[in-house]
Design a protein around this ligand. Structure first.
Ligand code: HEM
Length: 308
């Protein structure tokens, strides 16, 4: 596995480890080397094309991978539509009117099928698309382990209960990560994917106007950032208006997410709580990922060793 020495690598490496978790040992990076040797460049080419008109699409694609993997593993179940027996995960609360990029996944699948019919699983396409999206956004590259099988069933109830909400407390989110084998370091690192992409006002505007019923904003919000966000999300404005998850470098995959938290510029409650929850172990982890690259690298190596 190729390592680049940066904080953003934390997100990537732990994502890789997390994706390996359910079937560690059976996946390998050469899975399609005889049957579809160009699969990665085909996927990357379609995403590059999509980025021309939608600079957000890479963020949307990596989120699809996350929401797929948290529900019965990385099996592409998130892609299944409603039919007689399937209740689609697309209609689960964390996904409905929120996850996006399905059309680009369809375009990728068409392009892959044109070259290698009936070979590459949709679950692997989502994993490859996540890597390509990070790398095309200026983040690191890594060798994607492949060989996942696609599910024929969806688990909408599982999507509702397993995927964390931005309004949930840190301890509850920690439990949800723990339920899929991810520890607190993994939670902080993976949250760093909020270094790119957007969020709808309805998912954080309580922090701007009436936090926890106080009639006041969230005291952990930087006041300049608060003023900016209030312009983006006026009190009675559209809940679907969008703000950048990373106000500093909105479309780049870098480590600014962690320094934003140190500056009280986390957009979602679930982001800022990683740094602002008194006594939480996550504070030191944010500080580490933001500044101490040596610590980070050794942590990454140990995570990789743990998950193979
Ligand atoms: C820690 C718990 C997490 C919570 C509570 C959470 C919640 C959210 C929410 C509420 C949004 C905005 C959705 C919308 O506006 O419709 C969002 C966006 C996003 N999330 Fe997360 N997330 C979490 C972890 C993750 C992880 C682990 C990843 C990937 C590794 C990730 C990647 C993203 C990306 C890239 C976006 C932007 C998507 C876009 O622009 O389309 N998130 N997340």
């Amino acid at each position: 596995m190729m390592f680049y020495f940066s904080s953003s690598l934390a997100v990537v490496s732990i994502l890789v480890a997390f994706l390996l978790h359910e079937s560690n040992g059976q996946l390998n990076s050469t899975f399609y080397s005889n049957t579809c040797p160009n699969v990665s460049s085909i996927v990357s080419g379609v995403i590059q094309q999509a980025l021309q008109s939608d600079p957000r699409i890479g963020a949307s694609l990596i989120r699809l991978h996350f929401h797929d993997c948290f529900v019965n593993g990385c099996d592409a179940s998130i892609l299944l539509d409603n039919n007689g027996t399937i209740r689609s995960e697309k209609d689960a609360a964390p996904n409905t009117n929120s996850t996006r990029g399905f059309n680009v996944v369809d375009n990728i699948k068409t392009a892959v099928e044109n070259s290698c019919p009936g070979v590459v699983s949709c679950a692997d396409i989502l994993a490859i698309a996540a890597e390509a999206s990070v790398s095309l956004a200026g983040g690191p590259s890594w060798s994607v382990l492949l060989g996942r099988r696609d599910s024929r069933t969806a688990n909408q109830a599982g999507a509702n209960t397993s995927i964390p909400s931005p309004f949930e407390g840190l301890s509850s989110i920690t439990s949800k990560f723990s339920a899929v084998g991810l520890n607190t370091n993994d939670l902080v690192a993976l949250s760093g994917a909020h270094t790119f992409g957007r969020a709808q006002c309805r998912l954080f505007s309580n922090r701007l106007y009436n936090f926890n019923g106080t009639g006041n904003p969230d005291p952990t919000l930087n006041s300049t950032y608060l003023a900016t966000l209030r312009q983006t999300c006026p009190q009675n404005g559209s809940g679907t208006a969008l703000a950048n998850l990373d106000p500093t470098t909105p479309d780049s995959f870098d480590s600014n997410y962690f320094s934003n938290l140190q500056n009280n510029q986390g957009l979602l409650q679930s982001d800022q709580e990683l740094f602002s929850t008194t006594g939480s172990a996550t504070i030191a982890i944010v500080n580490t990922f933001s500044s101490n690259r040596n610590c980070l690298l050794s942590k990454l190596r140990s995570v990789n060793d743990k998950y193979g």
